[in-house]
Design a protein around this ligand. Structure first.
Ligand code: UDP
Ligand code: MN
Length: 370
């Protein structure tokens, strides 16, 4: 707004009427606003109102402005690539079911959307392979009471139903983890981790802890693992169609944005830095997954990047998520999940979001963060 007023005043000055007044004011005899000619007064008011209008729109109506981003096209999957897009779990993908969204990456990995896969094919395939699927989650400090029970309850209803599942809960207070009755073939292990001074450190420490766990019991008992934030809950079937060697999640807030606008780390001193020509998509650190071997590599890369940054006294803008995005730029995911798999209701209604599988909890940072 200040800019608008300043611009308005300088326009008046440069167009004559105000210059004289400025000179007079220096001598203590300035023309007050009410003494300005009518046309100029009207113009001044128009400028002020426009400036206020833009400020109001910016502060309160940004949501409605943001919904215009759906008109930024995501691109389409080339016909020649489509037959290549299949994997052990989804079988042939039905691209024609979702012509309005991007269903593959430029390196021919599928981006799976509701309707493009047959969940039963994936379920049968996972059972045939007799898989165990790990689900890791951290609940440190107040995140435990606030989110963990709902997260686990919803996972029991929707996560890999009918498969062997092992939950790994990492917490600073194992004794406070709620007792849960689990379905057949499902078990829960609790591991103690230290509380950190800052929430950012809890978030980043996950990479090293996961790396160690994947090298230990978790890595021995699970074939594939998903690593999730706790501040979300499952709302619909999240099954083996999501499995692949390396799985990334499109960030619900950024999947329509042009690449140069994506919130990658740009500071070259950070190991997570991407320059303006780099990056494919912006991926969400609240959900990533893959085979044990692939995740060992991912967590090693991110933990090392974070350590190098801390030795240099820098911290990536979005912490572990920045390092994860760097990793996925260097080592492409073999499957990408559409934002339907991890959606935020705050974004509002979108025709392309059919069945959200996971929903973000409302952010209540004042309650849960130090
Ligand atoms: N976390 C935690 N305790 C903390 C900070 C973070 O348990 O004090 C874990 C928790 O699983 C959380 C994740 O780290 O979901 C990432 O933090 P957060 O969800 O606050 O980050 P955001 O999703 O807002 O970027
Ligand atoms: Mn989160």
């Amino acid at each position: 707004m200040a800019l608008g007023v300043e611009w308005g005043l300088s326009w008046l000055r440069s167009h004559g009427g105000y210059r004289k007044q400025e000179g007079q004011r220096q001598r203590g005899q300035g023309t007050p606003i009410w003494a300005l000619p009518r046309a100029k007064k009207r113009l001044l008011w128009q400028l002020l109102l426009t400036a206020f209008g833009f400020l109001g729109l910016y502060l309160y109506r940004l949501g409605s402005l943001r919904s215009l981003e759906v008109f930024i096209p995501m691109g389409i999957c080339p016909r020649a690539t489509m037959p290549l897009l299949r994997d052990n779990f989804t079988g042939v993908l039905r691209h024609w079911a979702r012509p309005e969204v991007l269903t593959c990456t430029s390196w021919a990995a599928p981006i799976i959307w509701d309707g493009t896969f047959d969940p039963q094919v994936a379920e049968q395939e996972a059972r045939r392979q007799n898989l165990t699927i790990g689900l890791t989650v951290f609940a440190v400090g107040r995140y435990l009471e606030k989110y963990l029970e709902h997260f686990l309850d919803s996972a029991e209803q929707h996560f890999m139903v009918g498969q062997s599942v092992v939950y790994y809960v990492f917490t600073d207070r194992p004794e406070a983890v709620p007792y849960m009755t689990l379905g057949q073939g499902r078990l829960l292990r609790v591991e103690r981790v230290p509380q950190e001074n800052r929430w950012q450190d809890v978030s980043m420490a996950r990479m090293r802890t996961l790396h160690e766990a994947l090298g230990g019991q978790l890595g021995q008992e699970a074939d594939y693992v998903f690593c999730l934030d706790v501040d979300q809950h499952f709302t619909s079937n999240f099954g083996p169609e999501t499995l692949a060697d390396l799985v990334a999640q499109l960030h619900a807030w950024h999947y329509h944005w042009p690449r140069w606008l994506l919130p990658y780390e740009r500071d070259k001193r950070s190991a997570a830095a991407l320059s303006f020509g780099e990056g494919d998509f912006y991926y969400h650190a609240a959900l990533f997954g893959g085979s044990v071997a692939a995740l060992r590599k991912l967590t090693a890369h991110c933990a090392l990047g974070q350590q190098l940054d801390s030795e240099r006294g820098v911290e990536a803008i979005w912490h572990d998520e920045s390092h994860l995005n760097k990793f996925f730029w260097l080592y492409k995911p073999t499957k990408v999940l559409s934002p339907e798999f991890c959606w935020d209701l705050q974004i509002g209604w979108r025709t392309e979001i059919h069945t959200p599988r996971l929903l973000w909890e409302p952010k209540e940072y004042a309650l849960v963060r130090n």
